[in-house]
Design a protein around this ligand. Structure first.
Ligand code: NAD
Length: 245
């Protein structure tokens, strides 16, 4: 029997990078998966794709209506993974950029959690795994809105964990370091000389390499699984040793 046989999973940001790998692994391990994304055309085969902007409540409501219909109730496991970045400090950041980062990373996580919880509480169990970042734990240059938003995701993770621990809900977050996803490719391309920038990113890694998206996704699957039955409210760091330095 596979680890997630019969489990119903909803992954946001499932069309690329870490969320794509989460979706693929959940499917491989027996789950039914709904993957939500702004661009749902590139989800792993076998997932049910839903186009949704998680920062928009109507989209989230529609997404969870689909989950109720397809799953005959709702999701047992929610991975709040969709997120966007920014590469500005407080002086450079505009209010529009700040608000957009918070709308996706924080409001989106809040909304999906809000719509997932009633079913989980009704059945007396449920697991939420949020994708935060080491940027929410330490100060990093040029990540003002991004770091603040991921710090908020970590705080919300802990609040949800203690609020409903006795009702069978577990809520944890993963805190990746730098992951070699399409996101990092885009950031490097925007920054110009991407080979030099990549070499700088790699140079700050104790392991001398970036994480592969699948390495991060595997940590999320652990937290979602019954192997983590006594784990809630935690920040699971997958950073190849950055924070240890
Ligand atoms: P990615 O850009 O490859 O994938 C993110 C996916 O989220 C994309 O498919 C995108 O379309 C989707 N998305 C973005 N905004 C959305 C919205 N409003 N509604 C629905 N879907 C939306 O990036 P990734 O590296 O796989 O990042 C996934 C998560 O990991 C993010 O939350 C990110 O903050 C976090 N993270 C990434 C890194 C890294 O180095 N790549 C490090 C730490 C944390």
């Amino acid at each position: 029997m596979a680890r997630f046989d019969g489990r119903k999973v909803l992954v946001t940001g499932a069309g690329s990078g870490i969320g794509w790998e989460m979706t693929r692994l959940f499917l491989e391990e027996g789950a039914q998966v709904i993957g939500a994304d702004l661009d749902p055309d590139s989800l792993p085969a076998g997932a049910h794709a839903v186009r949704a902007d998680i920062s928009v409540e109507d989209d989230v409501a529609r997404l969870f209506d689909t989950a109720a219909r397809l799953f005959g109730g709702g999701a047992d496991i929610l991975c709040n993974n969709a997120g966007i970045g920014s590469t500005t400090d407080v002086l450079d950041a505009t209010v529009e950029e700040w608000d957009r980062v918070f709308a996706v990373n924080v409001r989106g996580t809040f909304l999906c959690t809000k719509y997932a919880l009633p079913h989980m509480l009704g059945q007396g169990n449920g697991v939420i795994v949020n994708t935060a970042s080491v940027a929410g734990m330490i100060g990093l240059p040029d990540r003002a809105s991004y770091s603040a938003s991921k710090g908020a995701v970590i705080a919300l993770t802990k609040q949800v964990a203690v609020q409903w621990a006795k009702q069978g809900i577990r809520c944890n977050c993963i805190c990746p370091g730098t992951v070699d996803s399409p996101w990092v490719g885009r950031l490097l391309a925007q920054a110009g000389d991407s080979d030099t920038r990549r070499a700088q990113l790699v140079a700050r890694q104790p392991m001398g390499r970036l994480a592969q998206p699948v390495e991060v996704a595997k940590a999320a699957l652990y937290l979602a699984s019954d192997d983590a039955a006594f784990v809630t409210g935690s920040e699971f760091v997958i950073d190849g040793g950055i924070l240890a330095g």
